[in-house]
Design a protein around this ligand. Structure first.
Ligand SMILES: Cc1cc2nc3c(=O)[nH]c(=O)nc-3n(C[C@H](O)[C@H](O)[C@H](O)COP(=O)(O)OP(=O)(O)OC[C@H]3O[C@@H](n4cnc5c(N)ncnc54)[C@H](O)[C@@H]3O)c2cc1C
Ligand code: SF4
Ligand code: SF4
Length: 538
């Protein structure tokens, strides 16, 4: 994009010229260049597209848009920032004067059933940071932080921030503010001080609102392109046991794309997703033990194993009755119960029975296949049975953990076993096939999470494409004030950290391991995640 502020045709006379093309000794300015679609094969994708701040009506409820001196926390970040619009001097947008009395308000739109019922995670702590800036670094006389709910300064060292704010003389109150109007350049705020049980009306020179962190507005489109699920709010849905796994193998998520995360958490999830993408892009390190398939898949002979799981299952459902019911089901030639089906002795027993009774379909009625199917498949494989002829039904988590009525739980478990037995009749032996893997990964979004993931991948030797829709990388960090949340010390400066990362990015780009695509977006995928077309900016 040509930028009018930097146009060499001064004053612009609107007659086309070629001064900038001549001035660029790298020949990087090509007037005829158009956006183009590029297709790349990748083995893994990392979604690190971050978050957006609430813009909706909720801000209007607190006077935003009506009174110039009601600003968002991000606008305040820019005001306290030396590279911001007022060169780091905090000024009232209405008059340009320095304020003496500032109110910062938490939870604007968050933890609120009318708007967003979840917690935005990082605002309680950054409000303390902004309060300390305002008071200590900018000398604003009266700084008040109003918490609408409790204060959530989770994270190492963050409670120290709260103590420091009190020590610096910041006024912390709990209550819900109502903006009554504006008088003589002051914002009039009424609130109920819920801890001291009194209603007060105060005047402030400026009010700073901390809006909810929301999913980026094109998240739904991107999720359809990548075929991943979103949660009810619209953030990327993740595996409860691993916050970097999406609902689709090979696609990982980092940072605030899956819900609000502060910078250090974003970086940690960025690196964790990079490690998983590396594993995905370099499989075959662990070779599976080979077994010969000796058991014929037909005619169908089903074996059913019902687990007690101590008292988890047997304490609620009638396990012997389940075994008896299973024996009556079609083609079931063997049914038995096991105290702990996943114990080594039980797995050996399953292998032994499969061999002895020539079972060619196996149903294990126990817990979740996500965590345990692999064990029972291995037991079948060791017996010479194709592992894809094993099915699990989760009578623990989905039945005995949720019903405490013995009769209901037993009848439901019988139904679940019946369904599993019906299903194994339709199963056919499958073979694992090996596909060549392209050693290339794609990272979408270049905030702290994306930068951490991309440098982790490229540093480990995986060719990486980093796609960023804006014209520069850094995400929200570009707009945040330079001191980090962790400690107010210059050596922890965010911009310094970003610069160091940018230098690493540059060296990886020069080594041809990382390709940065600014002003670009993913437009479509074909054949699972293997091929992606990207919209390159000019
Ligand atoms: C006012 C405020 C102050 C804060 N202060 C602090 C602080 O002091 N310390 C702290 O730890 N945290 C702070 N935070 C939180 C911090 O902003 C986040 O932790 C951090 O930005 C999350 O990083 P991320 O990489 O996940 O997302 P982002 O920083 O949002 O980066 C995502 C990137 O992805 C790009 N993108 C989005 N969609 C696409 C797409 N479809 N294709 C390509 N690119 C795309 C975006 O343009 C952006 O560059 C603050 C937040 C706010 C709002
Ligand atoms: S982090 Fe604090 S301010 Fe932000 S939504 Fe949660 S409770 Fe409210
Ligand atoms: S297989 Fe599952 S249900 Fe059975 S003992 Fe192991 S954990 Fe419990």
């Amino acid at each position: 994009m040509l930028d009018i502020d930097h146009c060499l045709n001064k004053p612009p006379n609107y007659f086309p010229c070629d001064r900038c093309a001549k001035a660029c000794d790298r020949n990087a300015i090509i007037y005829t260049m158009m956006p183009k679609v590029i297709v790349r094969d990748v083995a893994a994708v990392i979604v690190s597209t971050g978050f957006e701040l609430e813009k909706g009506d909720v801000l209007g409820e607190y006077g935003y848009g009506r009174y110039m001196d009601v600003v968002t926390s991000m606008e305040f970040e820019r005001l306290v920032n030396a590279s911001g619009p007022s060169s780091g001097v905090v000024v009232k947008p209405s008059t340009g004067e320095e304020p003496e009395n500032v109110l910062l308000v938490s939870c604007v739109g968050s933890r609120n059933n009318k708007h967003n019922d979840y917690c935005s995670g990082f605002c309680c702590t950054y409000l303390l940071k902004q309060g300390i800036y305002a008071k200590v670094l900018h000398g604003i006389k009266n700084v008040t932080i109003m918490y609408m709910n409790d204060v959530r300064t989770y994270g190492k060292g963050f409670e120290g921030f709260f103590d420091r704010a009190l020590k610096e003389g910041i006024n912390i109150v709990w209550g819900r503010p109502e903006i009554l109007g504006e008088r003589n350049g002051k914002i009039i705020v009424r609130f109920e001080d819920t801890r001291n049980k009194k209603v007060a009306v105060n005047e402030y020179d400026m009010v700073v609102l901390a809006p909810s962190a929301k999913p980026v507005n094109d998240m739904s489109k991107l999720s359809k392109i990548l075929s991943i699920s979103l949660d009810r709010v619209g953030f990327v849905r993740t595996d409860p046991t691993n916050p970097t796994l999406t609902t689709r193998p090979g696609i990982f998520v980092a940072g605030s794309a899956s819900g609000p995360r502060d910078i250090s958490e974003s970086v940690v999830t960025g690196l964790a997703s990079a490690i998983q993408a590396i594993r995905y892009a370099s499989p075959g390190v662990i070779e599976e033990e080979k077994y010969e398939e000796t058991i014929e898949p037909y005619p169908i002979r089903v074996g059913v194993f019902v687990c007690h799981c101590g008292t988890n299952i047997a304490g609620v459902a009638d396990v012997p009755a389940l075994v008896e019911a299973a024996k009556q089901m079609p083609d079931v030639v063997h049914a038995e119960d096991l105290q702990f089906a996943c114990a080594k002795s039980s797995l050996d027993r399953i292998t032994e029975v499969i061999k002895e009774k020539k079972l060619n379909r196996v149903v294990v009625a126990s817990c979740s296949p996500v965590t345990h199917l692999r064990f029972f498949q291995d037991a079948a494989r060791r017996a010479g049975l194709n592992p894809y002829l094993v099915e699990m039904t989760n009578i623990r988590n989905l039945d005995t953990w949720v019903h405490n009525d013995r009769k209901i739980a037993t009848e439901k478990a019988k139904d679940m076993i019946r369904m599993a037995v019906a299903k194994v009749h339709h199963m056919v032996p499958l073979q694992t096939i090996k596909l060549p893997v392209i050693k290339r990964a794609l990272v979408v979004g270049c905030g702290p999470a994306g930068l951490a993931a991309a440098t982790g991948l490229a540093g480990a030797g995986i060719e990486t494409i980093l796609v960023e829709k804006a014209d520069e990388c850094g995400g929200m960090l570009r707009r945040l004030n330079s001191l980090s949340l962790r400690v107010l010390k210059p050596e922890n400066c965010l911009i310094g950290w970003l610069r160091r990362l940018e230098r690493l990015v540059l060296s990886l780009c020069l080594a041809l391991r990382l390709r940065m695509c600014l002003g670009s977006q993913v437009t479509s995928t074909w054949f699972s995640v293997m091929v992606l077309s990207l919209m390159w900016g000019p």
